[in-house]
Design a protein around this ligand. Structure first.
Ligand SMILES: NC(=O)C1=CN([C@@H]2O[C@H](COP(=O)(O)OP(=O)(O)OC[C@H]3O[C@@H](n4cnc5c(N)ncnc54)[C@H](OP(=O)(O)O)[C@@H]3O)[C@@H](O)[C@H]2O)C=CC1
Ligand SMILES: O=C1O[C@H](COP(=O)(O)O)[C@@H](O)[C@H](O)[C@H]1O
Length: 490
């Protein structure tokens, strides 16, 4: 990429002393610079209430990169682009000094007056920050201004609508980048290509040939030091409303008429609109929840922090999602996600229907349906499970697999999701960010689950740390004649 094409901007991170900035944002910006995607024309301004200096901030940025650095000289040059401005976001006067700093940096780094405001903070602050960016004049930059908003966007549909109204009073929809980092994952982006660039799949991609789809995002970690946030959120808000439903939308959408942001988003919205809406008293037929107790891999959720001792927050969700449209009528999309499960894995299994008559199995009850597995993490790739003849005499069958592994050199995955999304924001590509209509439809789908689960008393804990979740999650599929395909690393 020539130097002229590299995007230029000052990136202001609200919440720069927090976990997300440290674990994801700084390392991603570093890699973008290392890979030549951004050049010299950038600066990062970190904010938080902590009274840090530029030097302290730069030390923290360095630490966040761990051992993933090419040389110490490069590192000093890199962190010299980082500046810290202490600020309490709810205090309008604290924004004044920020404008002066941005002005100075824009002159020095020749960023064309382009500004990204990245809100890496709790959602309660999103509206306040947007209003203060307007009141202080910070949003009226000489170049373009973009607002990146972390999830969760609201707490339910009414609060999301209120938040959206507040933000839209300041920013246009085209300036709002609602980030869902799953949309930056290589293999999540690959779903569209696997589907629409392969005749052998696309023609079979419907209710005549697919019996069910299973999407798992299991984590081996618990809530770590995020329990304050997590306990008010739970797995439905934290994972289902956003990441899991986005994967459902990509798997189920119709081919867009072209690859523009508008067309792709609009196809996803159509799927989300077609999700079968549950009544509160019908949720139990479709969704089950869990919370981990003591187990092989650790202590129970309620013991992780004093304020969790009687928590009824779900750390696991499994659900059956029906898409009531022509292509998908009758095909369950099962999802499950949870903390402290047996392993970290993100995987999609597309199970194809059985052939009408089974000539080759010895045992007529035996079934080896064809599966297309999309491995998202930790391995990236696709595996197709087929049946073939056992070598030797006779026509006995054995399942075989064709596997494609997308991992980079030495098993290092392709660019980190945040790296791609920060870059997309810098070049103004909103395709892999969620439009308000997607967010609203997703809340509308999960709201009945939240309503029911907030109103009754669950029997927690109901799964052991290190397991694949509660028995109810297995029963959910068994009653339809299916079972979860085991999570093996293909
Ligand atoms: N961490 C993660 O893995 C992920 C996080 N997210 C989302 O990212 C966002 C941030 O999460 P995370 O980094 O974990 O949160 P943290 O609690 O680690 O960080 C919160 C940040 O907000 C700052 N802050 C809090 N109150 C104020 C205030 N009044 N004025 C100025 N700054 C303030 C804190 O700085 P200080 O203490 O210095 O004031 C800190 O930098 C959330 O929306 C979360 O849902 C999304 C996906 C994953
Ligand atoms: O958004 C979130 O995602 C992470 C899981 O992300 P992954 O890329 O590691 O699959 C989850 O741990 C966190 O609770 C949630 O807020």
């Amino acid at each position: 990429m020539s130097k002229q094409q590299r995007p230029k901007a000052v990136i202001v991170i609200f919440g720069a002393t927090g976990d997300l900035a440290k674990r994801k944002l700084f390392p991603s910006i570093y890699r973008l610079v290392q890979n030549g995607k951004i050049g010299e024309d950038f600066a990062v301004v970190g904010t938080g209430r902590r009274q840090w200096t530029n030097d302290v901030f730069r030390e923290n940025v360095k630490k966040s990169l761990g051992s993933n650095i090419s040389s110490h000289a490069d590192l000093d040059t890199f962190t010299s682009h980082f500046f810290y401005h202490p600020l309490d976001v709810s205090e309008p006067s604290s924004y004044l000094g920020l404008e002066a700093l941005l002005h100075e940096l824009e002159g020095y780094y020749k960023t064309g007056g382009n500004r990204i405001f990245y809100l890496a903070m709790a959602p309660d602050f999103f509206g306040i920050i947007a209003n203060n960016l307007k009141a202080s004049g910070l949003k009226d930059a000489a170049g373009w201004t973009r607002l990146v908003i972390e999830k969760p966007f609201g707490n339910d549909l009414p609060s999301a609508k209120a938040l959206n109204k507040e933000i839209r009073a300041v920013f246009d929809e085209e300036q709002i980048y609602r980030i869902d980092h799953y949309l930056g994952k290589e293999m999540v982006q690959n779903i569209e290509v696997i589907r629409f660039a392969n005749g052998i799949f696309e023609h079979l991609w419907n209710n005549r040939f697919i019996s069910n789809v299973q999407i798992t995002s299991s984590e081996s970690l618990g809530v770590e030091d995020r329990s304050r946030y997590y306990d008010n959120s739970g797995a439905v808000r934290d994972m289902v409303q956003n990441h899991m439903l986005q994967m459902v939308a990509l798997l189920a959408m119709e081919p867009p008429i072209n690859l523009t942001t508008e067309e792709i988003r609009s196809e996803k919205v159509k799927v989300l609109r077609a999700l079968r809406q549950m009544e509160v008293n019908g949720v139990d037929d479709y969704f089950v929840r869990g919370q981990y107790g003591d187990g092989e891999t650790g202590i129970g959720y309620r013991k992780e922090a004093p304020q969790l001792s009687a928590s009824k927050t779900e750390t696991f969700v499994a659900g059956k999602i029906m898409i009531d449209n022509y292509r998908w009528a009758g095909v369950p999309f099962y999802i499950r996600t949870g903390k402290r499960m047996a392993k970290k894995s993100i995987k999609i299994v597309v199970e194809f229907k059985d052939i009408p008559m089974n000539l080759y199995y010895k045992n007529k009850q035996e079934k080896h349906p064809n599966l297309l597995v999309i491995n998202i993490q930790p391995n990236e790739g696709i595996t197709l499970y087929l049946n073939a003849k056992k070598a030797g005499a006779g026509t006995d069958v054995k399942p075989i697999k064709l596997a494609y592994n997308n991992n980079g050199i030495n098993g290092i995955n392709t660019p980190e999701a945040y790296e791609k999304l920060i870059y997309d924001c810098m070049i103004g590509d909103m395709t892999n960010f969620t439009h308000w209509n997607e967010v609203a439809q997703s809340w509308s789908f999960v709201d009945p689950i939240l309503k029911l689960w907030e109103s009754d008393q669950p029997d927690f804990p109901n799964y052991a740390a290190g397991s694949m979740g509660p028995l109810e999650a297995d029963k959910l599929l068994e009653k339809d004649g299916f079972h979860w395909w085991p999570i093996v690393e293909d």
